[in-house]
Design a protein around this ligand. Structure first.
Ligand code: GDP
Length: 185
């Protein structure tokens, strides 16, 4: 039975904080990353949130280990039969600068690659642009447009501006999840 919403995100983007804000679950926030862990399940209404390990750069973790974590997520989701859709959490402030750095080196940015992968496997990702509290009001549209451009989206329909710190965007995120869950039934 498909009854899970999978949460993915680069390490340190605030994925644990986002899940905590949504569910009240006692997750360790800001823990030192790098310890591979099994996906965790957290109840969310009549479904479950499946919390994947954070991927990408982690201080003190070898490149090989980082690749292993990403491969684990990709393999898991390619074969998952119980996942309804994905939520990809990103750090809105850092997204564009990190992506540009990768592009300048001729690489597809890791988060862009993950987003396209989730679409390819029909997990219809919802993107949570977290840490919006770090962006001045007058810059927010620009930042969201930049994220859309880098992901190749025509508009911000699947992006929720959010701050796990202030709770801004929490009602909108819950509403978007409800909407996507209703589509599945
Ligand atoms: P994870 O590795 O993706 O699970 O990230 P965490 O939830 O552990 O958060 C990583 C760091 O970002 C912690 O220091 C959090 O306090 C901080 N953080 C998370 N969400 C926000 C946010 O919305 N705004 C700000 N300013 N900091 C945040």
């Amino acid at each position: 039975m498909r009854n899970k919403i999978v949460f993915v995100g680069r390490s340190n983007v605030g994925k644990s904080s986002t899940i905590k804000a949504l569910t009240g679950a006692k997750l360790k926030v800001g823990r030192r990353p790098g310890v591979t862990r099994e996906p965790r399940e957290i109840p969310y209404g009549r479904v479950k949130i499946l919390d994947m390990p954070g991927f990408g750069f982690m201080a003190g973790v070898s490149k090989r280990k980082q690749d292993e974590i990403k491969d684990f997520i990709v393999n898991y989701l390619e074969n998952a039969r119980d996942v309804l859709f994905a939520v990809q959490v990103t750090d809105a402030k850092a997204f564009a600068s990190i992506a540009m750095r990768w592009l300048a080196r001729g690489h597809v940015p890791l988060e862009v690659e993950m987003y396209h992968f989730l679409r390819e496997v029909n997990l219809e990702p919802l993107l949570v642009a977290n840490k919006m509290d770090k962006i001045p009001l007058e810059k927010r549209d620009e930042v969201l447009d930049e994220i859309c451009n880098l992901l190749g989206l025509e508009g911000p329909w699947n992006i929720i501006p959010f701050s796990a710190k202030t709770g801004e965007g929490l009602p909108e995120l819950k509403k978007a999840l409800r909407f996507k869950l209703d589509l599945e039934h």
